[in-house]
Ligand binder design. Structure first.
Ligand SMILES: NC(=O)C[C@H](N)C(=O)O
Length: 120
């Protein structure tokens, strides 16, 4: 069973630049490769959805993100779907996708596989 990680940008995907500050440039696959603890978990498939500060996500992009989540949720080979989003509008994106998703929701929430490291 595989976990899909859909990356959208935010500080977690950013590198520091003295002139422009933090700019999202790192892909989700880089984030996964940066966390060796994830090797202990299920295989991971990454989806580079966007690479923007979260406040730059448009309604259209959030709608597309919902469609991507819906598409992944139809894949029986997946055991989980993770969306990485910047913290500025994290709640708004989660609320939007939750309202528009309409698919099955997890019946179990787990706190393992390096999620503490991811939160850090
Ligand atoms: N911590 C963050 O990710 C903040 C960032 N400005 C964003 O929401 O994209």
């Amino acid at each position: 069973m595989t976990v899909a990680i859909i990356s959208t940008g935010g500080t977690i995907s950013s590198i520091s630049d003295e002139g422009t500050g933090a700019t999202p440039e790192l892909e989700g696959s880089y984030l996964v490769d940066s966390l060796p603890v994830l090797d202990r978990g299920p295989p991971i498939e990454t989806c580079e959805f966007a690479n923007v500060p979260s406040a730059y996500l448009t309604i259209e992009q959030m709608s597309s993100l919902t469609e991507v989540v819906q598409e992944y949720s139809r894949n029986d080979d997946l055991t989980g779907i993770v969306v990485t989003v910047g913290t500025d509008v994290l709640e708004e994106v989660a609320y939007f996708v939750d309202l528009c998703y309409g698919g099955p929701t997890p019946d179990e929430y787990r706190d393992d596989c390096g999620s503490r490291e991811l939160r850090a």
